[in-house]
Design a protein around this ligand. Structure first.
Ligand code: BES
Ligand code: ZN
Ligand code: MN
Length: 492
């Protein structure tokens, strides 16, 4: 985790404020007005001239910078905000992220935003700006001899009322939790195997005030969790199930369940070698669940939430589970393993049936489950498969508010035949058709009557280099924000 960035509301006139980088947003193809016009005047027309020369036009996330030659700020960053009609809170979050990334690339120690006047109340503006700035400042500390230190320590928001500091605090809590998930994702599987991930959950529970229970392989056996045990049986690192409980109050409970495969080699159905290192990210579903628990506890959201992580390492070996094996999950249903690489649904069958057994009111599960989700939606959205329209619509609303895209896929009864087995209640790996949907439907076989939504983050849990991501192929921490928004909606 990089050095802490302090985001705060500051008073002062932008052009008299002492900072390394003064940040100002400009909409596409608009007239220079307000602070942008004043900036142009103070800088003797260089911004207007740059626009005239087509060096800058305000296009989405376009960057233009100049030195001020002696003004209070050392230099100015003018950021393109794109089309005014398309600009909202989600875009402001991303623009803030772009600004901290850029400031870090320039070795700046401080930045100050001339906060744009946009729709949304000051609290929400403060929140998304704090989130964006902190997410943009994230970088994994690499395992190099040379210590890596980020320079950026101060981010001031000008033009916001002091009362909006609650929004900053909310943004700080959420982004810090999300960045922790990204740190966990980036850890390779020799430095984050099941016991260590469970240990991390324990520590976070102690620090943030939620209860953590860890099932080791003995306990898993006692509970009849053959499915999770099967997935983990090929590895020298035994599987774990982690149960986290946050008692926010009220008489209803949300279960958040996450896939925690600390490395997915495919097992005996081994994956091709190229790019296999990315499968250290296969625990990001359980990472999102842990991150959400932290944020919900810190924010004291008035809802009971139980977080469940199904953790194992999927490896080929003499003790590994094999194609043809039949495993019995916690709820008694059996699964024929036709492909050991479809391990996520197998591991999760025990986790969601345990959630149902706890008598929760809703089960929302997230996992890097299918390559097919990337085929359908690319890296731009999370795929949802849900059994309950009411819950699905709340998830969609939450994801919209969080700025994390979710797209719902249908459940048609005809798909059921695709995972029918001759030797067990179902098989784990149907063919390619409707691959993301059948995966979700298989997990839904284990929730009983509890309203259920499955969120496939195979495409969204990590991305190629992007605006909120300074490392190539970095983990995003997706679903932490959506889960917080969802929990809040479930209290209403
Ligand atoms: N963890 C993978 C899915 C995945 C692949 C996520 C690539 C992100 C990027 C999962 O365990 C898996 O291997 N799924 C198989 C299922 C198939 C064998 C039915 C897949 O998607 O190919
Ligand atoms: Zn996997
Ligand atoms: Mn797999």
């Amino acid at each position: 985790m990089s050095q802490a960035l302090n985001v705060h509301i500051a008073e002062g006139t932008p052009f008299e404020y002492q900072t390394d980088v003064l940040v100002l947003g400009v909409f596409e193809d608009g007239e220079l007005d307000g602070p942008a016009k004043e900036l142009d005047t103070r800088l003797k027309g260089v911004l207007g001239a740059a626009i005239g020369r087509h060096e800058f036009s305000g296009k989405w996330l376009e960057v233009w910078s100049t030195y001020t030659a002696g003004a209070a700020a050392h230099r100015v960053l003018v950021l393109g905000l794109g089309k005014k009609e398309q600009f909202g809170l989600a875009e402001l979050r991303q623009a803030a992220g772009q600004s901290s990334q850029w400031a870090i690339s320039q070795h700046a120690k401080s930045l100050a935003w001339v906060t744009p006047a946009i729709v949304g109340n000051a609290d929400q503006v403060a929140e998304v700006m704090a989130e964006g700035l902190l997410l943009g400042a994230w970088a994994f500390t690499p395992y190099t001899q040379e210590p890596h230190v980020d320079s950026l320590t101060e981010a001031s928001l000008l033009g916001l009322p002091a009362e909006a500091k609650g929004g900053i605090e909310r943004g700080r809590i959420i982004a810090t939790a999300q960045n922790l998930v990204r740190d966990l994702g980036q850890r390779p599987s020799n430095k984050l195997y099941p016991e260590l991930l469970a240990e991390e959950a324990r520590r976070q529970g102690q620090d943030h005030g939620f209860e953590v229970e860890v099932f080791d392989e003995g306990k898993l056996k006692e509970l009849g969790m053959e499915a999770l045990l099967g997935v983990g049986s090929g590895s020298i690192y035994p599987p774990r199930m982690v149960i986290m409980r946050y008692q926010g109050g009220g008489n209803r409970t949300l279960a958040l369940v996450g896939k925690g495969i600390t490395f997915d080699s495919g097992g005996i159905s081994l994956k091709p070698g190229l790019g296999m290192e990315e499968m250290k990210y296969d625990m990001l579903g359980s990472g999102a669940v842990l991150g959400a628990m932290i944020a919900l506890a810190d924010m004291k959201v008035p809802l009971n939430v139980v977080g469940i992580m199904a953790i194992a390492q999927n490896m080929p070996s003499g003790s590994a589970y094999k194609p043809g094996d039949v495993v019995k999950a916690f709820n008694g249903k059996t699964i024929e393993v036709t492909n050991t690489d479809a391990e996520g649904r197998v591991a999760l069958s025990d986790a969601v049936s345990y959630a149902a057994h706890l008598g929760v009111n809703w089960i929302v599960e997230t996992s890097t489950l299918t390559g097919a989700a990337i085929t359908v939606l690319g890296h731009e959205a999370t795929a949802m498969v849900a059994t309950d329209d009411g819950l699905a619509s709340l998830v969609l609303q939450a994801s919209e508010a969080a700025g994390e895209r979710v797209w719902r896929l249908p459940i048609y009864p005809e798909y059921k035949k695709l995972y029918k087995s001759d030797v067990a209640d179902m098989k784990n790996a149907p063919g390619r058709e409707a691959g993301t949907i059948t995966a979700g439907m298989i997990i839904a076989e284990f929730v009983g009557n509890v309203p259920f939504a499955h969120l496939d983050i195979a495409g969204s849990a990590w991305t190629p280099a992007g605006p909120l991501n300074r490392t190539k192929n970095g983990p995003t921490g997706v679903m932490v924000r959506t889960f917080v928004e969802l929990a809040e909606r479930l209290t209403r």
